[in-house]
Design a protein around this ligand. Structure first.
Ligand SMILES: Nc1ncnc2c1ncn2[C@@H]1O[C@H](COP(=O)(O)OP(=O)(O)OP(=O)(O)O)[C@@H](O)[C@H]1O
Ligand SMILES: [Mg+2]
Length: 394
């Protein structure tokens, strides 16, 4: 995946050196393993051959002078050969056995990895786990969200990324998060999606701590579109259907239309049956975002999270999509992270995050009236946009 970067920075030679260093160790170990294997096998074979030679020499003499019968000698030699055959086989397969043992250890190490966010036994009993979800017990998710004194530090670090964060969101609201790079916006939505859990404090969904319900329940009701969405190799249709495996072709096309993806898909040679390539490499970044939007829409989530999901899409298309999404997912609660403020002015609530803390909160008009960070950011971007427009016009 990093091949283009390596090549454009002319790092082939350095990478080759690194690679040679790593492979050198593997090479010498492999040679040693091969030497030991052949030594073991050959020494058993030599012992077997020597035994038979000795027997021929000594037994042959005995048979010659009449000490034993020739038949007896012949039988003895064939029995000895038969005895050594399995011993030789063991020598031959012992190397394979060792390799199989190492492979099995790796497989079991992977199987034994603990889930980072495990459900409690009571939760599993009621709501099931990933393999056997008890969907009949899953309550409907309404979409009320509450962060209560949430603090969070990523494991392995002692830097508190989020400090005493409090927020109450009613079902159906659109919440926008703005702030500088590294302020903690993605961390907030990742906590909501339960990719991580708060270090202290609780997150309530529909009035109950989300740990009281299974991770699967939350994820089944969640739509998450990222800045760099992942598409799987396969057709566009398959990728959209990934959001809801039961979706019909009509539903897929309707979702694509809502995401404004239908136009570009129809222009492709094979339309919805076009292969997107490994990781979606045959589509542009913006097209990938449109497809992942359609995928989120088809899933009909109760909570929608857009983490800079429209950053690679032109402003006009972005507006169209936002409107369409607003119509389709009317009842669902959405969290939108955007650097381009023009797209979030209609949000019900805008949060300004700074160093993991909530510094400003309100609607677009309220925040402008506050004349704080948001006001500065907005007016700066507004002036920039206007200047760009003027340049285009002139
Ligand atoms: N997986 C991680 N492990 C440790 N620290 C992390 C991890 N992810 C993010 N951080 C740290 O948490 C802080 C907040 O990161 P976050 O991704 O929430 O920022 P952000 O507001 O989304 O920024 P951006 O606008 O650039 O996306 C940063 O200082 C970052 O270094
Ligand atoms: Mg982010």
């Amino acid at each position: 995946m990093g091949a283009t970067t390596s090549k454009s920075l002319v790092l082939e030679e350095k990478n080759l050196r690194n690679f040679s260093g790593l492979v050198k160790n593997y090479r010498s170990t492999s040679i040693r393993a091969a030497v030991f294997t052949s030594l073991y096998y050959q020494s058993v074979a030599i012992v077997a051959a020597l035994g038979i030679a000795l027997m021929c020499y000594y037994g042959g003499y005995e048979a010659y002078i009449g000490g034993i019968e020739t038949g007896l000698l012949f039988m003895f030699i064939s029995y000895t050969t038969m005895f050594f055959e399995p011993v030789l086989s063991i020598a031959r397969i012992s190397n394979q056995m060792k390799q199989a043992q190492v492979a099995a250890e790796r497989v079991f190490n992977l199987l034994n990895v603990e889930t980072e966010i495990p459900d409690t036994l009571e939760v599993i009993e009621k709501y099931g786990d990933y393999d056997n979800p008890k969907k009949e017990n899953w309550e409907e998710l309404n979409g009320d969200v509450e962060f209560k004194d949430v603090s969070f530090a990523y494991s392995g670090t002692n830097k508190t990324v989020l400090k005493n964060f409090n927020l109450r969101v009613k079902k159906g609201m659109t919440v926008a998060l703005v702030g500088e790079t590294g302020a903690g916006k993605s961390t907030i939505v990742n906590l909501l999606c339960r990719f991580y859990e708060p270090t202290s404090g609780t997150i309530n969904i529909d009035g109950r701590c989300y740990k009281e319900r299974s991770v699967g329940w939350l994820h089944a009701n969640l739509g998450y579109v990222m800045q760099t969405p992942h598409l799987f190799s396969g057709t566009i249709k398959e990728n959209i259907r990934y959001g809801n495996l039961e979706a019909s072709d009509e539903e897929i096309i309707a979702a694509a239309k809502a995401a404004n993806a239908h136009d570009f898909i129809s222009k492709l040679d094979k339309g919805y049956d076009t292969e997107v390539g490994e990781g979606g490499s045959r589509l542009s970044q913006g097209q990938k975002q449109l497809v992942s939007f359609a995928r989120a829409i088809v899933a009909d989530p109760r909570i929608l999270v857009l983490d800079e999901a429209t950053s690679s899409i032109d402003t006009e298309t972005e507006m169209v999509i936002q409107k369409a999404i607003g119509n389709i997912l009317k009842g669902s609660t959405s969290f939108v992270i955007a650097h381009r403020l023009s797209t979030i002015t209609n949000a019900d609530l805008i949060l300004v995050i700074k160093d993991g803390m909530l510094t400003e909160k309100g609607t677009h008009q309220e925040l402008l009236a506050l004349k704080g960070y948001y006001y500065k950011l907005y007016t700066n971007q507004f002036v920039e946009d206007k200047m760009k427009e003027m340049k285009i016009v002139s």
